[in-house]
Design a protein around this ligand. Structure first.
Ligand code: DC
Length: 223
């Protein structure tokens, strides 16, 4: 099986870019962030305070099933069989996912699932710890990044398009907070794998970013 790991901070474009490239190569795209989001949604629904009740959150996460299905419109996320694709994209669940992903026991449960998925088919898996922890033997490891301003600008445009009422400063502050959470937590913090290739998309548009990554993967595929 050929495995591609794409890690990086929020808003670097990992999921949109990975989806397009997976489509071109005929690979399965696995959005691991969606799994942490589904886990957070379940905890919120059960009124568990994720930050202060990590044991309860872990028990809940052990009890659920999360399935990802690729469709023409992107990944459809199922939590215990229910389609929660849109419900996991709210600011509340973004923060919940960041908190739930900081619980080491939760990571053990989800990482095991991700490894299982990654060993079955050719994959492009995106997240924060794919190259360092989930698929350390990945054939290509990419660390995709961009300045926090550039990432916040893209996220702000997306939210405005959806009609959400937010300011650029709020989006930037949220982005910086999540960067801080994700890179300073004890369990698998966000960091480039030693053998990863860092690609900075601050000055690149979407198509340029896709092409750089696609070419990097193809070079390895041909070897
Ligand atoms: O990529 P995303 O924004 O959908 O991820 C949601 C949260 O989950 C984010 O705070 C980081 C965390 N996450 C993680 O810790 N490890 C992963 N492999 C994927 C996401």
């Amino acid at each position: 099986m050929f495995k591609v790991a794409i890690d990086g901070p929020s808003g670097a474009g990992k999921s949109t870019i990975s989806k397009v490239i997976a489509g071109r190569l005929g690979f399965t795209y696995i959005d691991t962030g969606a799994m942490y989001r589904a886990a957070a949604l379940f905890c919120v629904r059960k009124c568990v305070d994720i930050k202060n009740e990590p044991e309860k959150a872990t028990e809940l996460v052990k009890s659920i099933t999360i399935d990802l299905k690729n469709s023409e419109n992107g990944t459809i996320v199922f939590l215990n069989g229910e389609n929660v694709t849109d419900l996991i994209r709210t600011p509340e669940i973004s923060l919940g996912a960041s908190n739930v992903s900081a619980i080491p026991e939760v990571r053990v449960v989800l990482v095991e699932k991700q490894r299982e998925m990654g060993n079955r088919v050719n994959v492009i898996m995106d997240g924060r710890d794919i190259g360092t922890c989930v698929l350390p033997d990945a054939d290509v490891k990419i660390f995709l990044t961009a300045s926090s301003e550039a990432r916040a600008k893209r996220r702000y445009a997306e939210l405005c398009e959806k009609g959400e009422k937010v300011t650029f400063d709020e989006v930037l502050a949220d982005m910086k907070k999540r960067d801080h959470n994700d890179s300073t937590r004890k369990a698998s913090p966000l960091k480039p794998a030693e053998d990863s290739i860092t690609i900075d998309t601050t000055e690149l548009d979407f198509n340029e970013s896709v092409n750089v990554i696609y070419n990097t993967i193809c070079e390895r595929l041909e070897k």
